[in-house]
Design a binder for this molecule. Structure first.
Ligand code: UT7
Length: 342
């Protein structure tokens, strides 16, 4: 039984967008020192999508938002609030949300940017849920969009990250519910969020930025020395990701008095297929209760969860009434998860 307080928002629209261009592992083999065999064995990834030069992060987001609005049977003008998760915005300033708000043709609603990196979408869902309890909003758009391939380092130094990431976007329309006290609560039921900034240097993009002891926002040396690309200590990140992704699921189940048998779907952030397999083994999750899109999209950062929602719905795994748990981990370190009755 779900014992948390009655939810006040539910997902009524779901959308996604991935760029058309597919980059296979074989194509990566031809431009950098890697192999299809290494990538598939270590990560489970076969291919990923790469944005066209005419597309920016906001364009990926807008396409996903339109898809979600259509799914909900709503227009952009119906939206009251937008929460946007990204770590690869079009501009350092202003944020991504205002660009999406303008391109979609929304009213002058608040468009709030949120930085949770790979945990961004889980954090954005929980933030939207919190807003739904405290303000007079009816429809809230939650967006995750990232365009990582433009910042990757395809040389030997960056190969552990370059093979992982892909571009994509996803969005959910939330409807704030007025009816409380249902016998079987539906919608967003519970959330766990966490961070540990002592791990920040294990997965980061060092430059540009406004850190101490750097007199410029960016320098030629930063570019030449590839400091504008993600740096990752993969083994450290893997260790923490494995621990916190499992902890998030077990805590969400424990405090809602649920077991794996009660859960219809576990949706893990798509960082590495090995991470999902460890989670599956440790928690005894039957394969049909797991969702995976990493094989075809790689790690799409804040788009990872909604792309899984879409996949699960298309494959018939996600149905009205399904009880799902999401679990994420990302740069920061950040982690989080959501308990949702669809
Ligand atoms: O989304 C946010 C959270 N992100 C994650 O959770 C990612 C977590 N980390 C990982 O998924 C894995 O650590 C990686 C996939 C990034 C790397 O896999 P690994 O098994 O931890 O490999 P490693 O970094 O320990 O490297 C093993 C070997 C090294 O060679 P030596 O020193 O053993 O000779 C690397 O240089 O693999 C080499 N290597 C590669 N070889 C071919 C690293 N990247 C590549 C590559 N192709 N792309």
């Amino acid at each position: 039984m779900v014992s948390s307080a009655s939810p006040s928002s539910e997902i009524v629209g779901l959308g996604s967008y991935v760029p058309q261009k597919v980059m296979t592992n074989q194509e990566l083999e031809s431009i950098m020192d890697t192999t299809d065999e290494w990538i598939r064995t270590r990560t489970g990834i076969s291919e990923r999508r790469v944005a066209d030069v005419t597309e920016g992060t906001s364009d990926l987001a807008v396409a996903a938002c339109r898809d979600a609005l259509q799914d909900a049977g709503l227009r952009a003008k119906d939206l009251d609030l937008m929460i946007v998760a990204t770590c690869t915005p079009d501009y350092f300033m202003p944020g991504l949300g205002v660009l999406i708000q303008n391109k979609l043709g929304c009213r002058p609603i608040p468009a709030i940017d949120l930085r949770g990196q790979c945990s961004g979408f889980a954090w954005a869902l929980s933030t939207a849920d919190a807003y739904s309890k405290m303000a007079d909003y009816q429809y809230i758009l939650v967006v995750g969009s990232d365009l990582q391939t433009r910042i990757l380092d395809y040389s030997l130094d960056g190969r552990n990250s370059a093979v992982l990431f892909g571009d994509g976007a996803g969005a959910c329309v939330l409807k704030v519910k007025k009816t409380l006290g249902e016998s079987q609560p539906s919608g967003l039921l519970d959330h766990i969020l966490g961070s540990d900034g002592s791990g920040f240097s294990h997965l980061m993009v060092p430059r540009p930025g406004c850190q101490a002891n750097n007199s410029s926002f960016i320098s030629h040396n930063d570019i030449d020395s590839k400091k504008t690309a993600p740096y990752m200590d993969g083994r450290q990140v893997f260790k923490y990701a494995s621990y916190y992704m499992e902890k998030t699921v077990t805590e969400l189940m424990a405090r809602n008095k649920l077991s794996i048998d009660d859960i219809d779907l576990i949706i893990p952030h798509q960082a590495n297929l090995r991470l999902s397999k460890i989670l599956k083994t440790k928690l005894g999750i039957p394969p049909e209760k797991m969702v995976s899109v990493i094989e075809k999209f790689g790690n799409t950062t804040s788009a990872s969860l909604p792309l899984c929602f879409v996949e699960a719905r298309q494959s018939g795994k996600l149905k009205k009434g399904s009880l799902i748990i999401t679990t994420t981990f990302g740069s920061g370190f950040t982690w989080g998860g959501n308990l949702i009755r669809w």
